[in-house]
Design a binder for this molecule. Structure first.
Ligand code: IPM
Ligand code: MN
Length: 360
């Protein structure tokens, strides 16, 4: 059956890293005679400039009908002062919510060859391999009531952090199952010492732990996890957390690997539909200069093959091509230790050559 893929390159370096990803995708489509229908649309600031909205109804409809959405990055200083509903980030939030992409998988791993790019000492960071499972469609990001009240004194702003048991159970299931496929350790992160919603979260996770006796379950307070991620990141295998804490912790984890330009992510719903995006943003300061690292975007394509396109074999091939690329000493500017580096546009052809070699 035809698989539908929507590419949303977005803004800034989202454009160039998507171009590289498309080269790899088109190579694989041809090599494997894949029955894929590819559509591309603007999103974020580039959509706002063209249509006056960061996400058109049409793009949203295509997204809903897609098996996988490959999302570059959105945002840039020229759109920073737009009214709330037209800000580029709203496109991302709307896509997550409308497609119920509740499970955000954010792996943080280190290629040991790149250890010197990490801000941490080599012995702390070596062999880093963590998966953060972040709840993505609930919690304080979407909780009601919310708002800003200007006609009272003092004025105030407020949000609601709320999770019901079903939301906690479904993200916990994803996390426990991921742990079963990895090193069988799961750490659930919240602020159960302060927040009722966290206390409740902990009770549901604990209850579910009995369904997964092989998984070593622990609970940590989010502030402690922030510290532990820097002191001893290798204590973790899988971390599960709510939307806000997961957002913060996944940035810390990504930074540890020294190269946010290397890390992919997947956001999935219960029918394995997924949106795949690099962890980095649109980096307007380096856009168009040929120095962006497209590997996170290409690794996101690998995750799409694994989780939404039923081709884990292809996912593994892309991932091992990336490993070979790195062990061959090829470096984009963000991970280069010398003045010598490859340009954005050189990465896909190099990866395709590696894919071809492995194929013969
Ligand atoms: C992320 C980003 C988004 C978030 C922003 C851009 C809305 O920081 O994907 O982590 O907060 O979820
Ligand atoms: Mn974030």
């Amino acid at each position: 059956m035809t698989k539908n893929i929507l590419i949303l390159p977005g803004d800034g370096i989202g454009q160039e890293v998507s171009t590289s990803m498309k080269e790899v995708l088109h190579y694989l489509i041809e090599e494997q005679s894949l029955d894929f229908k590819i559509t591309e649309r603007n999103v974020g600031g580039s959509s706002y400039d063209e249509f006056g909205t960061p996400l058109t109804e049409e793009a949203l409809k295509i997204a809903k009908d897609s098996d996988a959405i490959l999302f570059g990055a959105v945002g840039g200083p020229q759109w920073d002062n737009l009214e709330w509903d037209n800000r580029p980030e709203q496109a991302l939030l709307a896509l997550r919510k409308s497609l119920s992409l509740f499970a955000n998988l954010r792996p943080a791993f280190l290629f040991n060859e790149l250890a010197s790019a990490s801000p941490l000492k080599n012995n702390i960071i070596e062999n880093l391999d963590i998966l953060i499972v972040r709840e993505l469609t609930g919690g304080i990001y979407f909780g009601e009531p919310r708002g800003i009240v200007e006609n009272e004194s003092p004025k105030y702003g407020f949000n609601t952090m709320i999770y019901n048991e079903d939301e906690i159970r479904r993200i916990a299931k994803v996390a426990f199952e991921a742990a079963m496929n990895r090193n069988r350790k799961l750490c659930s992160v919240e602020k159960a010492n302060v927040l009722e919603v966290s206390k409740f979260w902990r009770s549901i996770i604990t209850e579910m732990g009995s369904e997964y006796p092989e998984v070593e379950l622990s609970h940590q307070l989010a502030d402690n996890t922030a510290m532990q991620l820097v002191l001893n990141p290798n204590q973790y295998d899988v971390i599960v957390s709510g939307n806000l804490f997961g957002d913060i912790l996944s940035d810390i984890a990504a930074t540890l690997s020294g190269s946010i330009g290397m890390l992919p992510s997947a956001s999935l719903n219960s029918s394995s539909q997924g949106m795949y995006e690099p962890c980095h943003g649109s980096a307007p300061d380096i856009a168009g200069k040929g120095v962006a690292n497209p590997i996170a975007m290409i690794a996101s394509l690998a995750m799409a093959f694994e989780y939404s396109l039923d081709r884990i074999d292809i996912a593994k091939r892309i991932e091992s091509a990336i490993k070979i690329f790195i062990s061959n000493g090829l470096r984009t500017k963000d991970i280069a230790t010398s003045e010598e580096f490859v340009q954005t546009q050189d990465v896909a052809p190099a990866l395709i050559n590696i894919l071809k070699d492995g194929h013969e």
